[in-house]
Write a protein that binds this ligand. Structure first.
Ligand code: NAD
Ligand code: UDP
Ligand code: UDP
Length: 336
């Protein structure tokens, strides 16, 4: 698709710079798993200048090493719970630990990140007139009583449980987004992300796909948390990034579910990983944690109709791509 419209004029300040980016984009949490893949995609467009803000709690500079020193790229160590002064056109606000073991590690910090961090980024958006996208989560549906989950379902969330810092935190973040939109006219976008997997996931962050793949590679038993019949639907990271960019560029505020509707029980997932990576590995059952949602699957009709988006990569095609990355990082080559 070739646009016949001339690109927007850069501001005089920007013109004075030695390169001319048409769009300056802030990515909070850009050193993390999804954030770093998003940065890769945004940097492929020569018209974009990308600023990453991250406190490296769960992310790492290593995920961005190919961009460090690039003239269109800047990396700032900063915690979003503190005010931030930047001039940008778009904000992808991802900063927040996403794995249960990390977000439960310091729950007060998690809720501050979601509430104060989102408030600060909305403050930036308001001051400079930027469009802001929040990566919310399927966790806003809690232990859902509607299946598959549609965006108009209000959810079934325990407000005082051990997961609440994350799911209630994201619910408040969504509320703040809509209040800034209604009260101050801020352009907002809300993505409700369902379980996402792919290369660069933190190897020991406790999420199920990374756990099973690392366990299979290390010849350790795959730990299915009881009962094993609970379901999740897994989206490959390149599909996710594509959906986020379409949402940002489109005309809909959302919330819009972005995820892959292919639904698996955790026992099925373990069996698939075993079959594909290490047929000799054992599958064992272990205790679960409180408030674990029993089922989760996105209805993606909205993403499909409003963004023209649907996931392309099936679980069986994504697992080998992640295995390759994990084998490199663990330095355990495939047995001949
Ligand atoms: P991640 O942990 O890899 O990335 C989060 C990034 O945010 C990390 O780089 C971390 O260092 C940074 N961060 C955390 N707290 C911060 C703070 N206070 N200030 C600055 N930076 C901070 O997780 P991810 O999987 O890439 O998730 C990215 C976003 O997507 C999160 O908002 C998460 O809630 C959302 N999400 C992810 C999934 C998933 O399955 N991966 C599902 C639903 C929602
Ligand atoms: N904020 C920020 N960067 C900005 C503008 C605001 O970090 O460029 C923070 C600010 O510190 C405040 C929050 O964003 O805590 C909300 O800002 P807003 O202007 O909406 O609210 P106010 O400052 O009037 O309370
Ligand atoms: N799970 C599991 N074994 C593990 C880690 C997780 O069976 O080693 C289960 C967990 O009980 C949950 C599902 O996998 O039902 C997804 O957990 P994850 O932490 O990946 O993400 P969540 O969707 O709960 O945020």
């Amino acid at each position: 698709h070739v646009s016949t419209k001339p690109p927007p004029e850069p501001s005089p300040l920007r013109k004075a710079k030695f390169f001319q980016a048409n769009m300056r984009i802030l990515v909070t949490g850009g050193a993390g798993f999804i954030g770093s893949h998003l940065v890769d995609k945004l940097m492929q467009n020569e018209k974009n200048e990308v600023i990453v803000v991250d406190n490296y709690f769960t992310g790492s500079k290593d995920n961005l090493k190919q961009w460090i020193g690039h003239p269109r790229f800047e990396l700032i160590r900063h915690d979003v719970t503190e005010p931030l002064l930047v001039e940008v056109d778009q904000i992808y606000h991802l900063a927040c630990p996403a794995s249960p073991i990390f977000y439960k590690y310091n729950p007060v910090k998690t809720i501050k990140t979601n509430v104060i961090g989102t408030l600060n980024m909305l403050g930036v958006a308001k001051r400079v007139g930027a469009r802001i996208l929040l990566t919310s989560t399927s966790e806003v549906y809690g232990d859902p009583l509607v299946h598959p989950q549609t965006e108009d379902y209000w959810g079934n969330v325990n407000p005082i449980g051990v997961r609440s810092c994350y799911d209630e935190g994201k619910r408040v973040a969504e509320t703040l987004m809509f209040d800034y939109h209604r009260q101050h006219g801020i352009e907002i976008r809300i993505a409700r992300i369902f379980n996402t997997y792919g290369p660069r996931m933190n190897i020991d962050d406790g999420r199920v796909v990374s756990n099973f793949i690392a366990q299979a590679i290390r010849d350790e038993p795959l730990t299915v948390q009881l009962p094993g019949t609970q379901t999740r639907s897994f989206c490959y990271v390149s599909d996710m990034v594509d959906g986020l960019i379409r949402l940002m560029e489109g005309n809909n505020t959302g919330p819009i579910n972005i995820g892959n509707p292919g639904e698996f029980t955790m026992t099925e997932l373990a069996e698939t990983v075993k079959e594909m990576i290490n047929p000799n590995v054992k599958i064992i059952t272990v205790d679960n944690t409180p408030d674990d949602p029993r089922q989760r699957k996105p209805n993606i009709t909205k993403a499909n109709e409003l963004l023209g988006w649907e996931p392309k990569i099936k679980l069986r095609d994504g697992i080998p791509l992640m295995e390759e990355d994990f084998r490199k990082r663990l330095e355990i080559p495939r047995k001949k």
